[in-house]
Design a protein around this ligand. Sequence first.
Ligand SMILES: [Zn+2]
Length: 359
Amino acid sequence: MQDKIKTRDELQVLCKEWREAGKKIGFTSGAFDILHAGHVDYLEKAKTMCDILVVGVNTDASIKKYKGPDRPIVSESHRIQVVAALESIDYVFTFEERRNQKNIEALKPHYYIKAGDYSTDTLTSKEIVEKYGGEVRLIPIKQDVSTTELLEKMSSSNSQSKYIKEEGTGHLESKSVKQSHAAFLDRDGTINKEVHYLHEPDKYELYPNSAEGIKKFQDMGYKIIVITNQPGIGMGYFSKEDFYRVNREMLKQLSQFGILVDKIYFCPHSKSEQCDCRKPGQALIQRGKDELNLDLSRSVIIGDKTGDMETGKQAGMKTILVRTGFKGEDGEFPGEPDAWADDLLMAAEIILSLERRSM
Ligand SMILES: [Zn+2]
């Protein structure tokens, strides 16, 4: 088993040899704080995609830095041994960074394998992976209810942790039971200028004060979630890839302001498909709630359409209508929002003043 544990530098050399020998290399990573059946299943599936499966495990120092001093529950040396003991895994190493960019660049795996589905990290890693001809592969993680319940029972007596997938990074690890709050932001007409069926990155333009407003929400401790209806995909006007490219441009521009978007949820269906994810449908909100462990009553939705307000109302969130994009003049749903704002910055200021008042 000790033979499976290497350094990243050693694996960089080995991966080069394996590539030259025609072996398919798969890479994935995680904290693996308390290994459960969902992890084992995930890693077994990952192994079926490649000849050699390499797994990166976050160091204790890096987990403490990003998750707080009471984490991880299980120390690095034990976590790495448990992972190495799995038959599906060929090699293990530890790493310090939060993101996988350095790992991917060192190992150049054929497949960068991630848990879950679409996330903001997928967008940034996809670019790096595809640059050398690799591929991002996603495996949905099995929600093992009994394990979750077990861990909750365990944690209620001491460490207060619960098993859910860590947002954005594709890492699997346990997380504080304390609920978060989020700002759900509509994309087109709210964050950026409304362009009819926007699908070209060079037409992506942030409204003045958008980034400043989002940054304020982030600084107030809100998770930043973009939630958008994209019926143009369902109607065949543009592809999902086009949509991702525009998102990448958005993330790039927002990152210049120090903003990290936690999730992007989208409905790709046309209205006539009558799905449950198109706003004001609640499916995407519920997914956000589950994936980020959100308290919706402390969350807010901001948009330029009455459908955004209806979404928030049904979910029990605060609702703020911005006077950009459609300015709430679409007439689709009745009712007043909790507040009106000129833009996202004013929306953030409204929420900030409400929070100060309730303190
Ligand atoms: Zn949908």
